[in-house]
Design a protein around this ligand. Structure first.
Ligand SMILES: Nc1ncnc2c1ncn2[C@@H]1O[C@H](COP(=O)(O)OP(=O)(O)OP(=O)(O)O)[C@@H](O)[C@H]1O
Length: 330
């Protein structure tokens, strides 16, 4: 559906996008995740034809966004970071105007505008001047404009910025709904948001793609070795004795708690699941196991690890990813 090849964008000497390549398939929600200044908006502006690239190309359903802008752009609805709203127009006037600009046939314009007004919950304010709307409502007007005509691909730059928590939930539901028929790409610097909504996450740092996978696979990305945590009602020496026969355990760290229990953290061989073995080892010895938990790096940890490293982590991380998952899209 979208193919981005070796995209480079320089602002003067500043490299904002550094050789970015990826593919977007139909019918999924993709998230661009990255800290402020990572290059998300620049990439989206290039993908939608708002901005020229220094090098590289963007193909939308096979059409080059710069060489065949009309063909390429008809597939795309875009909510830029700062929506280009006309403050002196009413919501209705603005959306009528946007429908005309998008080339929606005259006879379909009214029903199309009606549909998005309902979907984005703007009916009550349709006669209000955009100038007099709150930031959250203006954001919804921008979103309505992006969705208008229901293009195949909907690209949203920070769609929930300025919205209150209730509106954020509503917009997330709307995005999920849209993804049933459309491809949605959204950007955010908020990890929880991307994790909540997206099927696929692309982490961008300093203009480079440092990781790209499903939220679940990303969580496995940095697990060098699996680890297990447990808490048992016994002395550390007893816990060690019980665990001794399980040969998949590489090392054990233990901590005696003041309540007479022991907390243990186990490093285990990669790709092994010893939870049942551990459970029965303790049960056989009639030793109460109070807690047993697989310890995975959280997506937050992964995100920080990938975006805070000074040195280029890309090849290492991607190599590791390719070794562990089969989702080689890059
Ligand atoms: N018009 C411009 N002229 C010069 N530098 C720019 C311009 N636009 C963006 N930049 C720089 O390019 C880099 C990428 O910016 P971009 O806005 O794409 O990042 P972002 O990931 O969208 O960040 P944010 O979430 O803060 O919007 C930043 O260092 C930014 O300062």
């Amino acid at each position: 559906m979208i193919e981005v090849k070796n995209l480079v964008k320089k602002y003067g000497n500043h490299l904002a996008v550094d050789n970015l390549s990826f593919k977007i398939d139909k019918g999924k929600i993709y998230g661009f995740l990255g800290p402020n200044g990572a290059g998300k908006s620049t990439t989206m502006n290039i993908m939608t034809g708002y901005l020229g690239a220094t090098e590289g190309e963007v193909l939308i359903d096979g059409h080059d966004i710069l060489r065949e802008p009309e063909k390429a752009k008809k597939y795309i609805g875009y909510l830029p970071e700062i929506p280009p709203l006309y403050m002196e127009m009413t919501v209705q006037e603005y959306l009528d105007f946007a429908a005309e600009l998008k080339g929606i046939p005259k006879e379909k314009r009214e029903s199309s505008v009606e549909e998005v007004l309902k979907l984005v919950k703007l009916k009550d304010v349709r006669e209000r001047l955009i100038r007099n709307l709150s930031k959250g409502y203006r954001q919804r007007v921008g979103l309505a404009q992006a969705i208008l005509g229901f293009p195949d691909i909907i690209i949203l730059d920070e769609p929930t910025v300025g919205l209150d928590p209730k509106q954020i939930i509503e917009i997330r539901e709307l995005i999920r709904d849209l993804a049933k028929k459309h491809t949605v790409i959204l950007s955010s610097h908020i990890l929880a948001e991307v994790k909540e909504v997206c099927d696929y996450i692309m982490i961008i740092s300093k203009g480079r793609l440092v990781a790209s996978d499903t939220p679940d696979n990303l969580e496995h990305l940095l697990d060098d070795a699996e680890s297990l945590e447990l808490q048992a009602k016994a002395e550390p020496s007893r816990v060690r004795e019980i665990l001794e026969p399980i040969h998949e355990i590489l090392s054990i760290k233990m901590e005696k708690r003041t309540d007479g229990t022991t907390f243990a953290s186990l490093d285990i061989k990669e790709n092994t699941d010893i939870r049942e073995k551990v459970f029965f080892a303790f049960a056989d010895q009639k030793c109460p196991l109070l807690m047993l938990n697989t310890n995975r790096a959280s997506l937050e940890e992964i995100f920080l690890e990938l975006t805070q490293k000074e040195e280029e982590p890309k090849s290492q991380v991607l190599e590791k990813k390719e070794a562990k998952t089969d989702a080689g899209r890059l």
